[in-house]
Design a binder for this molecule. Structure first.
Ligand code: SAH
Ligand code: SF4
Ligand code: F3S
Length: 441
């Protein structure tokens, strides 16, 4: 008889992709997915360690699961992902209700690990330090039937001084282009329309391999695959984004006009302390070039407020960069000291209330910019990929523009998974409203 599996996923797209791998492997072992934790025979927490809050969320969830396990001693609780990779064994001490802990590089070993837990009824721990991304088992489960994640490079060599990712995901490992292209061809055959190529720094793609294919060339190869209509990618490190990539974005018709280009700070002093490898001027000149080459490009970013030693003057420079670039959207974070990172040992930590003040101020500035940009789209026509019913209003459909903006609209046909042309009738802060324009009219 099948057993029920619940997977709770925290953190970034890498974890979402890994959770899809996990579910696929476990479905092969006769587990079926449930969202109801009380029905689950096994609950896996795919965790994130990027900020302290992310970690706290996981441990409070583990607290709730402890009670569930008291009522159902056969329940298997597993912790994987980035917290598992760095905390390893110590998770068992902090949360004795946990049966299984495995790292970010051990997913393919799941069938063995699950058998061990069931057999031993005791604790199982596996944390690898390295793996070959080319022999990873193919994904057999994906959340969406329209858009898919495809990992192209795993790990990170950058060691930004605030960031835990190089410790949780290891060194950079690019997957071979033939493995990636086979995966995408398979997706196209199944009817997928959009792929998002994933890596902590996609611009490093291929640098660790001898087959001489760089990221721009990989994009050209994906462009050739029939059936795939849209190509996206995250994340690009500003220091590594090349003019060649900008031209590829301009010339390849399927590559969408959206770039996530995390700036982190507008102050050169702070950027230097973060170890980011660019100045604000260099960043801005790349943004100018992108804007002049790629018409209508949308740019989004990540910003950290309150990095150790960030003064009012440093913060003003971040404000300035926001106004200069006029981002379409931003992800804002309050600096959070992380284990093993260099910045955690710096002095001059910024008090919480100042971090909050700076966070609120940037949010307010950005809201104005986003709203203005979205209103400027009113009256224009956008090609969208329709994703399905809108979460807020089930009578409406929701779709995404090439620039990655959400548009809600009404249609008397179910055109989920299809491309459509919409006239934008209202630009709001978080989404746009559109009207269908019949193609060919
Ligand atoms: N690889 C991507 C993003 C990785 S993490 C990149 O290099 O851009 C996503 C974002 O989390 C980062 O861009 C950064 O803004 C934020 N972040 C990382 N570590 C953080 C920390 N210690 N405190 C607060 N925010 C952090
Ligand atoms: Fe972290 Fe920097 Fe690597 Fe991004 S590039 S994952 S911020 S170390
Ligand atoms: Fe979090 Fe790991 Fe991603 S730390 S942001 S889940 S790489």
């Amino acid at each position: 008889m099948g057993r029920n599996l619940a997977v709770l996923t925290y953190g970034c797209q890498m974890n979402k992709y890994d959770s899809e791998r996990i579910v696929g492997i476990l479905e092969g072992l006769d587990f079926q997915l449930t969202e109801d934790l009380t029905l689950a025979d096994m609950i896996l927490l795919n965790t994130c360690s990027i900020r302290e809050k992310a970690e706290q969320k996981v441990f409070s969830q583990l607290g709730r699961l402890k009670r569930l396990k008291e009522g159902n001693p056969d329940l298997i609780i597993g912790v994987c992902g980035c917290i598992a990779q760095i905390e390893g064994d110590s998770i068992f001490q902090r949360a004795p209700q946990v049966d299984l802990v495995f790292g970010t590089l051990n997913i393919d070993r799941l069938p063995y690990m699950v058998r061990e837990v069931e057999k031993k009824r005791g604790r199982v721990l596996e944390i690898a330090e390295d793996c070959n991304p080319d022999i990873q088992s193919p994904l057999t489960f994906r959340e969406s039937r329209i858009r898919a994640w495809v990992s192209i490079i795993q790990g990170c060599n950058n060691y930004c001084t605030y960031c835990v990712v190089p410790y949780t995901r290891g060194r950079e490992r690019s997957r071979s282009s033939s493995v990636i292209l086979d995966e995408i061809r398979g997706l196209a055959e199944q009817g997928y329309k959009e792929v998002t190529l994933l890596g902590q720094n996609v611009n490093s793609y291929g640098k660790d391999r001898s087959d001489d294919i760089d990221f721009s060339e990989l994009l050209s190869m994906v462009e050739e695959i029939d059936g795939i209509e849209r190509i996206r990618f995250v994340t690009s490190h500003p220091k590594d984004i090349s003019v060649k990539l900008m031209y590829a974005m301009r010339d390849l018709s399927k590559v969408c006009e959206h770039l996530h280009l995390p700036v982190q700070s507008g102050s050169d002093r702070i950027l230097d302390m973060m170890g980011r490898g660019y100045t604000s001027e260099e960043y801005l000149s790349k943004v100018d070039r992108l804007k002049s080459l790629i018409s209508g490009i949308a740019i989004s970013t990540d910003i950290i407020v309150g990095f150790p030693g960030e003064s009012d003057d440093d913060f003003k420079k971040t404000e300035e960069i926001l106004r200069k670039v006029e981002y379409d959207s931003i992800f804002l974070f309050k600096y959070s000291p992380r284990p093993e990172t260099l910045a955690a040992s710096l002095s001059n930590h910024v008090p919480t209330d100042i971090k909050e003040e700076r966070f609120d101020r940037l949010l307010m500035i950005q809201k104005e910019i986003t709203l203005k940009k979205n209103r400027d789209m009113e009256g224009g026509i956008e090609e969208v990929l329709v994703e399905g019913p809108s979460k807020k209003d089930r009578k409406k459909l929701t779709a995404r523009t090439r620039s990655n903006k959400i548009v809600n609209f009404s249609s008397n046909r179910d055109i989920k998974g299809e491309m459509a042309d919409l006239k934008i009738v209202r630009g709001g802060l978080y989404s746009l409203d559109g009207e269908v324009i019949e193609r060919g009219c």
